[in-house]
Design a protein around this ligand. Sequence first.
Ligand code: NAD
Length: 542
Amino acid sequence: MNNAIFNLEKPSNEHTLDYAPGCKERDALNKELDRLSGEVQDIPLIIGGKEFRTGKTGTVVMPHDHQHILAHYQMAGEKEVKMAIDAAIMAHKGWESLNWVERVSITLKAAELLSTKYRFLINAATMLGQGKNAFQAEIDSACEAIDFLNFNAYFTSLVYKEQPSSQKGIINRIEYRPLEGFVFAVSPFNFTSIASNLIMAPVVMGNTTLWKPASTAILSNYFLMKIFQEAGLPDGVINFIPGSGSLIGKAALGDRNMAGIHFTGSTQTFNSLWQTAAENISIYHSYPKIVGETGGKDFIFVHPSADPQEVAVAIVRGAFEYQGQKCSAASRGYIPESMWPDIRKRIEDMLSQVTMGDVREFHHFMNAVIDEKSFDNIMNYIDFARKSDKAEIIFGGHGDKTKGYFIEPTVILAKEPHFKTMEEEIFGPVMTLFVYKDHDYEKTLEICDHTSPYGLTGSVFSKDRSALNYACRVLRYAAGNIYFNDKPTGAVVGQQPFGGARASGTNDKSGSYINLLRWTNPRTIKETLLPATEFTYPFMKE
Ligand code: NAD
């Protein structure tokens, strides 16, 4: 199998199922929802392919019904982190020396398993454990996870194909070694697909990993781990170690073999990981590669030429789908005064039709936020706005955590553009709008650029091409993903490579060729066909 140069075709994106009433996919999904709702999973650590139980456990509950336990999971201690590091180091040689086509075949098989045999399982687990409705789960845990795997397989082949030129008499090659050590992958609660990608991007490039999943995403993440094993991933290539972030982080980052961090989560956590790595810099074998996608304060900016209905739909979908718990969710908007009464009415009409509830009742547009800590944090922001004379809550504003963590879609009208909820990431169903005078379009764009420390996503709505062009220039660094006349969420792998800079991360564009380059340690090999046999040069001759 080593004597051919293999070609992978560019994949197409996974088709999204719509789960409309009466279709067989809806029945299959309901069956898995019923089954998982009626069981309590027992989730072990998986280190070197073996299951471990520490006796220290946590629980996974349904966000919309927090007394309903879905799983108990084991928590890793320092000893298990050390075991996981040993297992990753042990697996490194075998995995990296495997022909890349074999490695890629495993990721393609995992994609195929997710697309067929386990599609409804992974969607049901994401719905119940992470509080997503059927459509939000489908575009995340099925489609995006599958796309990440398929596209990364293809991008791997492009990376390996990239070779230097060779002149007469010499052969130059680049060998794409994986990092020398393990990659520490730390994943967030809000996207099953991101968790999958944080581990599988380094893995497909020949690395071995420690995977610390978010405690509130452990149900779906455990099933992912089982799927990777079924796809043929050798023992020790991924070591699944749920538990306390700070404990696991300290132990993993304190090891000299820590060669890379692949993180998605809050800016604050990423800063602390980076700081710990910096403090440990003298112990590491190599300078670690640090890749992080973090928070956002994503905007919708409206020019007076925009269509009010298109703007209102973008606000409702962009800010409130998945309860605003997307790093890309719209959470601040700039509306021209001339359009405000019309847009306001349209938003209020739409939001008054939105219902919230159990993810198994398919008619709800919204469900619960992830946990109590998040509920309290979001409500604190809403209460701050309620008490302030610089803002007014014009829609929603109430929450109830008696049974599940429900918060109404909330719209705040800010009287000044630097109001707290225009600047800070809230990560919940809260949209703050600022109304500007139409003739202040240019000035307000500058304010938008400087208002928040983040630079992740943003949208500009306009029918005037020169206004779009102007906004694009002023907002050059305000977003790593900018949208014209569309909501700022819903990036698709292979179409809109995702990520931002400033406080939003290292902008290594997940699900792209650019990201995969971070997981290699290239070696250049020069071979001289006929080496020199004299040490003198012609110019030295008389
Ligand atoms: P979080 O920072 O609370 O947690 C992320 C992960 O880090 C979890 O697994 C957590 O257990 C772990 N962790 C926490 N402290 C740690 C430590 N000291 N050492 C090691 N690990 C530690 O984030 P979250 O609440 O899960 O996710 C929401 C955040 O993620 C939001 O800020 C959102 O904007 C961001 N996010 C960004 C993107 C992006 O692509 N930019 C995508 C999704 C989510």
